[in-house]
Design a protein around this ligand. Structure first.
Ligand SMILES: *Cc1c(COP(=O)(O)O)cnc(C)c1O
Length: 365
């Protein structure tokens, strides 16, 4: 008889992983739901990408490209980069995972910040490493606090700039100070999921081009409206990208993903138009929150973090929004029990959010 007390045991750290909580997408009994919980593009995907998806259907019996050459070339041309230093993944999440698994393991530390993206500690545990949380200052990444937390075990520092769910960012001088202050064998990952929305910011291209230990990541999930398709990419030194490519599965991106992303990245007008709508509606929403006495930092992304007086008020506002068919994101898990993260929609959608919050405030007074 087999010993029934013996069971397969996951590797150390695996069971410490908190399951990722995605944004809610439906409300019971409602068909007019406005989903503003996952920072998706209200305009959807660019028409050129949709057409490419339809066209790619004819060749899905063929295995996809393993080297992603056409997509890397399109990205390189659009952003003025070296295609040899680009790696593509199933969302930028997969690129972040390549970095963690390639460069950190048991006994190593991975730094993330207090209100940083919830995937960072998950990725650290996946690699068997220890996530180290560093405080922020006024909801903003604090370079000195990060540098002060570096030990000889530190392998990676993850920051999102602009940050999620704060929407705040640090400037290029601060980023350079952070890069310069880190030991040469510690990777600084600049997660650029929202860089297109940050007016005047080059997204970390300069540092990722000039330093051997800076990795910039970007995604097709936000401004390009392709979150459901899963495509992202990273840019860094050739040796770093070369190592990450070894743990990338050869067919990690499908023919459909590659074709859609290539069409999207070649559509320069799309980014411009979406950024314009976002900045107008983001400013409108921020101003309306201010008038309602709800705290909100200036956001450099496609969402705002509304901070209420306390948690109970955030719960109430969330319920009022849901009664109006609007789904925002509670962010207690990010250290903001009093917060609601609201994706910036188009003009009509933003009007709906403002009206619902005004009605909620009026009902209270
Ligand atoms: C949305 C988001 C991403 C993008 O994830 P994908 O895997 O590319 O969809 C990455 N980082 C942050 C901070 C995000 O908010």
């Amino acid at each position: 008889m087999k010993d029934q007390t013996l069971k397969p045991q996951p590797r150390a750290g695996i069971m410490r992983i908190a399951l990722y909580q995605g944004g809610k997408s439906s409300l019971a009994g409602r068909s007019d739901v406005l989903k503003l919980s996952s920072n998706e593009n209200p305009a959807g995907a660019p028409p050129a990408a949709r057409a490419a998806i339809a066209e790619a259907a004819a060749s899905v019996h063929r295995y996809p490209s393993t080297d992603h050459a056409a997509l890397r070339q399109a990205i390189a041309e659009t952003h003025g980069l070296d295609p040899e230093r680009i790696i593509c993944g199933a969302g930028s999440d997969e690129v972040l995972q390549f970095a963690a698994q390639c460069f950190a393991g048991e006994g190593d530390e991975i730094i993330h910040t207090e209100h940083g993206f919830s995937m960072y500690p998950i990725l650290a545990h996946m690699a068997g490493a220890t996530p180290v949380k560093v405080r922020e200052r006024e909801r903003t990444v604090d370079v000195d606090a990060i540098l002060g937390a570096v030990t000889e075990r530190t392998r990676i520092v993850f920051i999102a700039n602009p940050g999620n769910p704060t929407g705040t960012m640090i400037g290029e001088a601060a980023l350079e100070r952070l890069a310069d202050g880190l030991p040469g064998d510690v990777i600084l990952v600049l997660d650029g999921a929202y860089v297109e929305y940050a007016d005047g910011y080059e997204g970390g291209v300069g540092l990722a081009s000039s330093r051997h230990n800076v990795l910039m990541t970007r995604t097709f999930s936000k401004i390009y409206g392709l979150g459901g398709l899963r495509v992202g990419w990273g840019y860094g030194a050739a040796e770093m990208i070369g190592a990450m490519t070894r743990i990338r599965q050869p067919f990690n991106l499908s023919t459909v993903q590659l074709a859609a992303a290539e069409a999207a990245v070649r559509d320069g007008d799309w980014v411009e138009t979406c950024v314009r709508v976002n900045s107008e509606q983001g400013a409108r929403l921020t101003a309306a929150l201010g008038e309602l006495g709800i705290s909100c930092d200036e956001s450099h992304a496609n969402f705002v973090l509304a901070r209420f007086a306390h948690e109970a008020e955030a719960v109430e506002a969330d319920e009022a929004l849901q009664e109006a068919g609007i789904i925002a994101r509670r962010v207690g898990g990010y250290g903001f029990p009093e917060g609601l993260r609201i994706t910036v929609g188009n003009a009509e959608e933003t009007g709906r959010v403002i009206a619902a919050l005004e009605a909620w405030r009026e009902g209270k007074s």
